[in-house]
Design a protein around this ligand. Sequence first.
Ligand code: MN
Ligand code: MN
Length: 362
Amino acid sequence: MSPETADRACTMLPPRVRRDGVGDALASNVDRIAQISECDEVSSNHFQPLDSGLVPRFAGMPTFMRLPTAQPEDVDVALIGVPFDSGTTNRPGARHGPREIRNQSSMVRRVHHASGISPFDLIRSGDCGDVPVNPLDLQDSLNKIAEFYGRVRAAGAVPLSAGGDHLISLPILRGIVSGSPLAMIHFDAHSDTYDNFFGTSRYNHGTPFRRAIEEELLDPKRVVQIGLRGAISDAANYDFARAAGVRMIFIEELLSRGTEDVMAEARNIVGTAPTYVSFDIDVLDPSFAPGTGTPEIGGITTREAQGMVRLLQGLDIRGADLVEVSPPFDVGGVTALTGATMMFELLCILAHSFAQRAKNSV
Ligand code: MN
Ligand code: MN
């Protein structure tokens, strides 16, 4: 077997076998063991997507971006599903987001056509599975999510998550923040800094960033929200964010100034601080992303979204999420495809940032 063929064959093996090598559950499979031995000799980086020249994109197990499954301890960027929508106030379904995004992510290829970033050559990335949430107990789910991401942080990995509704960002931040609060660039039609719904519910997908600011997980003066729009239920809805110093950029300002000017300001706000990126799919116009819980017309295009995420390159990014894809409201998988493609855009930025940190620490 040539080195190239062995390397490609290697990506088709179950990751447990690839990590643990010979002597695993497949020890009796002589052919596979021979294959594994060759893999170990020819490749030090097993974390590559399945080669579509060997396995068609519609075949195989639908992991994120056709990567091997992995433990957070083994990767630099951990791709994680959070199938949770117990924080949804109206149209549910985002709990099914990770599975459909995985499915559509089989269309993701290796190299970014504009930036030239080839994330799988820069860092190790794998599908770390879904967080084991409890759909019948919101607080138990929040605890389980925070615990999982605490493990990701302890492993030194950077998470890229697929939701789930937007409440998942709160326990993710609880898990990954230790010490200083993070800066954040937040793409959304909504500020998600409301206080409560139904009088008593302080934990839902309209409140995660208020709680995160209160818990000092985010530095509000280094938080910028982009794409806000839509009627609000109370004129005071934005008071908390405004008073805290969050920079809110409404769609009208974005359209009049243009995406590059706005992103220059966003970069300036977060500066060199460790930064989290949260991308709510409803920042897009529902004509591009109909499969979501709280659609608002008058949103940005997918081209504008891609352009803005690309302008994050060079920032110190410590994690990102892509939330609110709700497959039951989707049409032909377009929202899940958009979510998967935006995850690839985010992965390129995360990989570049991780590689820069690694280079600078040498
Ligand atoms: Mn949101
Ligand atoms: Mn939203």
